[in-house]
Design a protein around this ligand. Structure first.
Ligand code: DON
Length: 300
């Protein structure tokens, strides 16, 4: 595995096209796109790393996996009355389907669906409490205390997040937001601004991969279902292409992170901040493809 990761890293640094960082969040736009890290957590809990695996980056939409696990733990299957389980075929911040489908987002990974999930975690308590639940779950799953929210990133998105605000108010108009939009949005922006390293993120995926010794935070059936959603919806309108290339459940973030689950085999975290046209890591997707080809971990 060490040789495979070294060879993937070398190949990534030979490329010229790194993609473009997320331009709509100023704090992320200024990150150097020519960076790369990969970490693999194996069934015995051993971590293998290559590249900048100890450098914290903004995990952004990858937190939607953890807020989904927390919300399912809090509300159970009731959550599905508010958010669907189908791929959207639209970009992560699209408004189109929300209007057509009367305020019920297609899945928990598009922004509208994640805003509903965060709203379900917020009801009946202060934003600080909901955020603490998400952060503590992530720390527990990654078995690391050294994970923080980057306030500058949260502020940066709060100031420029007109589209997410539109989505939240639209959800509210359809009665699918229980809290004041600004409160839910504030919680969501802070959740997205959590920073992790790839070695922490790979560890955090161990429970979803069903690896021995991973914290027991969700049942086998729930892990299978979250993985199914990652496979079908985790890369938005690029989900089919990711399944085609990699053949594994994955969740991307606009910070350039990627969490990939090989059920019963491994949890993988990859980071490279330049994005492709779907808003998913450009080099990260290439690296995931190379890893899947080298290991034959595709579920297909
Ligand atoms: O809400 C947003 O737009 C960002 N905080 C997160 C979006 C994201 O990470 C999409 N993933 N590729």
């Amino acid at each position: 595995m060490e040789d495979i990761l070294k060879s993937i890293t070398a190949s990534i640094f030979q490329q010229d096209d790194w993609g473009e960082t997320a331009q709509y969040i100023p704090e992320l736009a200024s990150v150097d796109p020519k960076q790369f890290a990969i970490s693999v957590c194996l069934p015995d809990g051993k971590l293998i790393n290559a590249g900048a695996a100890s450098k914290p980056f903004s995990v952004q939409s990858i937190t939607k996996v953890f807020s989904l696990i927390a919300a399912l733990g809090r509300t159970g299957d009731q959550l599905w009355s508010r958010v669907g389980r189908e791929p959207s075929g639209t970009s992560f911040d699209s408004v189109v389907l929300l209007e057509k489908e009367k305020g019920r987002p297609r899945n928990p990974f598009v922004n509208a669906g994640a805003i509903v999930t965060t709203d379900a975690l917020l009801s009946g308590r202060e934003p600080k409490m909901a955020l603490t639940e998400i952060l503590e779950l992530i720390k527990y799953m990654s078995q690391s205390d050294d994970i923080y929210i980057n306030e500058d990133v949260a502020t940066s998105e709060q100031e420029t997040g007109a589209r997410n605000k539109a989505l939240a108010y639209y959800l509210k108009s359809h009665g699918n937001l229980e809290n004041e939009p600004e409160l839910t949005l504030g919680t969501y922006f802070h959740q997205c601004a959590i920073e992790m390293t790839t070695d922490q993120l790979a560890m955090a995926g161990a429970s979803l991969a069903g690896l021995k010794g991973a914290p027991a935070v969700l049942s086998l059936q729930r892990a299978r279902r979250v993985n199914a959603l990652m496979m079908t919806c985790g890369h938005y309108d690029g989900s089919g292409d990711f399944a085609f290339r990699v053949g594994l459940p994955g969740k991307s973030g606009v910070g350039g992170g990627l969490l990939v689950i090989a059920p019963n085999v491994a949890s993988v975290a990859i980071w490279s901040p330049g994005l492709n046209r779907y808003g998913n890591s450009h080099a990260g997707t290439r690296a995931a493809t190379m890893l899947s080809n080298a290991t034959k971990w595709s579920v297909f």
